[in-house]
Design a protein around this ligand. Structure first.
Ligand SMILES: Cc1cc2nc3c(=O)[nH]c(=O)nc-3n(C[C@H](O)[C@H](O)[C@H](O)COP(=O)(O)OP(=O)(O)OC[C@H]3O[C@@H](n4cnc5c(N)ncnc54)[C@H](O)[C@@H]3O)c2cc1C
Length: 426
């Protein structure tokens, strides 16, 4: 066969897989539907989580492998110490030392202690990251074709046949193995029947992100999370500091409510309008998908699943990169007659928190404040807890008794919600 491996999708997972396989001597074709691989259309806040202390059952960060950053003069390196590989990155980096959560009127609960010299995490630029991986893939000899859409993959006695849509019509390509790295609504995963056992947990999620300049928050570079139930009963408003004085503001909704209306109205709230007085939207990105439970076993015959193609609560950039690397190592073992798939499946199941049976109810537990409370109630709760440090939803649970006498109705509402989870195993 002409190719050992066809990789479908050139996001962080697919690029890492293609580059790794070609560097190891495999003949690789990489196909991508976009014209420019480094262009980012799907919203991404571009935070690279290092030794992230929130990596617990919070439903916010669900990749369990440690990742370190080595800062150099000419290039930086992301190191995956337990997996034994690293990725070079030449692009801007911005450390975040804080993670403030804000209420509608601006009461703040800090997630981490204020005077902490270690960054809790940091911003990096996804375009620059993809561009680095792309040039390494090119250097290693990957045959890259863009503006081609993978429609499906079918196992054959000798390997796999991938059907693609090109400008001149449908074509098929064959290889010994294939990787589906075509992102959150993977056509390949669907075509292989792997979505049949996945539970759909939500209506369609619609999200939007604005890249802006001229925003003045007067807060240190960080990510900010603002809870405003009257604007969005499902999610918070996220604000991330990017490179070069830009910020990204983003939110998502599940119902008819428009996420862009929520953002536009947020920028008019009395407490926050001054931040946006001299601001300008430079670019908009969007996303939309259903929330599904993950693919349990991310391998089907000669097709291996990498990154978000197997999960809708994201694998994150670093999780997708780790999948790309380990997926190729698994395929190489299979090509040598060893059982690499078993190891990859076992790793997938323990490396991502979304595979835990209680993961989605934990997310529900910690994300229910906006659906339960009014703006005034969120203000009251944040004001009462403003001297404490931690995740607001967790602090509220831990300090519920504080509100019992002062606000019995609010207490009752929160307690009823909390009770649903009390008997669940941790
Ligand atoms: C609002 C939001 C904020 C986020 N913030 C962060 C963050 O701060 N940090 C972080 O690490 N992660 C973040 N993520 C998640 C992160 O973007 C993803 O987890 C990551 O990009 C997954 O990489 P991937 O390679 O698996 O998939 P993707 O990045 O989705 O790449 C898939 C690729 O496949 C291509 N493709 C799709 N279908 C086809 C097809 N049929 N044929 C050919 N090509 C196809 C796509 O064009 C794309 O290039 C965020 C996500 C969202 C929605």
């Amino acid at each position: 066969m002409k190719y050992d491996l066809i990789v479908c999708g050139a996001g962080p997972g697919g690029l890492m897989a293609a580059k790794t396989a070609a560097e190891d001597g495999l003949k690789v074709r990489l196909i991508e539907r976009k014209k420019d691989i480094t262009e980012i259309n799907r919203t991404c806040c571009q935070v690279f989580y290092i030794a992230y202390k929130g990596a617990t059952k919070s439903g916010i960060y669900c990749f369990r492998e440690p990742v370190n950053l080595e800062v150099g003069k000419e290039k930086n390196r992301f190191i995956f110490p337990t997996l034994g590989f690293s990725v070079d990155y030449r692009g801007p980096i911005r450390p975040y030392y804080q993670y403030p959560h804000l209420s509608p009127s601006g009461y703040i609960i800090d997630r981490y202690p204020k005077h902490n010299d270690n960054p809790v995490t940091f911003f990096f630029q996804k375009e620059a990251f993809l561009s680095g991986l792309l040039s390494e893939a090119e250097k290693a000899g990957v045959d890259i074709v863009t503006e081609i859409m993978a429609l499906g993959a079918e196992n054959t006695p000798d390997g796999v046949r991938v059907t693609v849509q090109t400008r001149s019509g449908e074509q098929t390509m064959e290889a010994r193995k294939a990787i589906a790295a075509d992102g959150i609504e993977s056509q390949i995963v669907d075509g292989l029947g792997l979505n049949q056992n996945r539970q759909v947990l939500s209506s369609r999620l619609k999200g939007i992100g604005y890249v802006m300049e001229g925003v003045e928050t007067n807060l240190p570079a960080s990510f900010l999370l603002v809870s405003v139930p009257s604007l969005n009963r499902y999610a918070n408003i996220l604000i991330y500091t990017l490179a070069g004085g830009q910020i990204m503001i983003s939110t998502a909704t599940f119902d008819e409510a428009s996420p862009s209306t929520a953002l536009d109205e947020f920028m008019k709230l009395p407490r926050y309008a001054p931040w946006f007085k001299n601001s300008r939207v430079l670019r908009k990105t969007a996303y939309g998908n259903f929330i599904r439970t993950p693919v349990k076993e991310p391998v089907a015959g000669n097709v291996l699943i990498v990154g978000d193609a197997g999960a809708t609560i994201e694998t994150l950039i670093q999780g997708a990169v780790a999948c790309g690397y380990l997926g190729v190592k698994a395929i190489e073992k299979e090509l040598n007659g060893q059982n690499g798939y078993r190891e990859y499946i076992a790793w997938w199941q323990q490396a991502f928190e979304f595979n835990d049976p209680t993961y989605f109810s934990t997310v529900n537990r910690y994300f229910s404040l906006n659906s339960l409370c009014s703006d005034e109630e969120v203000d009251y709760l944040y004001k009462s807890l403003t001297d404490k440090v931690g995740v607001p939803a967790v602090l509220i649970e831990q300090n519920l008794e504080l509100f019992k006498n002062d606000r019995p109705e609010l207490y009752e509402k929160l307690w009823q919600k909390q009770k649903q989870f009390v008997n669940e195993p941790e």
